[in-house]
Design a protein around this ligand. Structure first.
Ligand code: NAD
Length: 296
């Protein structure tokens, strides 16, 4: 049995911590929300009073927080995770945050002799509940090898992406590509409809031709061809446009910092920004087709 401190018990962290409990581990938890900690206490976790307390006396710390500044606040400071963790404790941050902060916090940990990996996920709340998340892990090979058995309780596909921050890099590059491909797919289906070509016919042709992509065949933004896609459920997420916009903005910040030209990523962020401005970013990200149709 591994002693684990878990910090951040929201939509993702809650079910992830529950899966660690189901795996037979001794889990101490902390969140600012008493509702969140109460639910984990009921599931068998020990609730502690601070992030530092969750890090003290455990083998592994896992965190699942909203953004980079939360991660920096939780790991830094005199009562933070890095100050309170024992030598030998492994730190795993699964939040989706900017690459620079991930690398900064990892080097703060390293300066104190602590191994740390960034391990952002894809798979959403459904994947967190089912324990089928994909983890993209950045950090030293030895730290990755230690993290793997813990991550296996929460996920199915676990990749080592390279050194510190590379998990975050993999996540934002993938999601930038996904955002761009979804907009392209939505444009194609919208144009097809305007030209009198129904969605199913266009799907049958394009899904076996060179326009084929995941956004079309697994998550079609037009209702009909892919029964499980959010388009058939009023664009209820799924993966909300707000989450896609967060990742696209992280990608743009990383692109500016590394001088990588990403003109389509920039345009994708602008278009999802219009969904946000219209108050429609709670829709699934495939709902971008509504913006193109003039329905938003
Ligand atoms: P959430 O807002 O539901 O949960 C975040 C939790 O962190 C909340 O319970 C909040 O109270 C807690 N928190 C904030 N500051 C804290 C602090 N200082 N100390 C302790 N707890 C604190 O968010 P979520 O949907 O669980 O997402 C978490 C991370 O996972 C984000 O980085 C997100 O981008 C990423 N992610 C989310 C999804 C998804 O589908 N929801 C998918 C992939 C990745």
């Amino acid at each position: 049995m591994t002693k684990i401190g878990f910090i951040g018990l929201g939509n993702m962290g809650g079910p992830m911590a529950r899966n660690l409990l189901k795996g037979g581990h001794d889990v101490s938890v902390f969140d600012l929300s008493e509702v969140a900690t109460g639910a984990l206490r009921d599931a068998g976790a020990t609730v502690v009073a601070s992030a530092g307390d969750a890090a003290a006396g455990v083998d592994v710390v896992v965190s699942m927080l909203p953004a980079g500044h939360h991660v920096e606040a939780v790991y830094g400071g005199t009562n933070g995770v890095i100050a309170r963790a024992d030598k030998g404790t492994l730190l795993i941050d699964s939040s989706t945050i900017d690459v620079d902060t991930a690398r900064k916090v990892a080097s703060m940990a390293e300066a104190q002799g602590l191994a740390m990996v960034d391990a952002p996920v894809s798979g959403g709340v459904g994947g967190a509940e089912a324990g089928t998340l994909t983890f993209m892990v950045g950090g030293e090979a030895e730290a990755f090898a230690r993290a793997r058995p813990v991550l296996e309780h929460m996920g199915k596909n676990i990749f080592h992406a390279g050194g510190a921050g590379n998990g975050q890099a993999a996540k934002i590059c993938n999601n930038m590509l996904l955002g761009i491909s979804m907009i392209g797919t939505a444009e194609a289906f919208n144009l097809a409809e305007k030209l009198g070509l129904d969605a199913q016919t266009f799907f049958d042709i394009s899904s076996t031709a060179s326009g084929q992509c995941w956004s079309m065949t697994s998550y079609c933004p037009a209702a009909g061809p892919v029964p499980a896609s959010p388009a058939n459920n009023d664009y209820k997420p799924g993966f909300a446009a707000a989450m896609m916009l967060k990742d696209l903005r992280l990608a743009q910040a990383a692109a500016a910092g590394s001088k990588a030209p990403t003109p389509l990523g920039n345009e994708a962020a602008s278009l999802y920004g219009l969904m946000e401005a219209a108050g429609k970013d709670g829709l699934d990200f495939s709902g971008i087709i509504k913006l193109l149709r003039g329905d938003i």
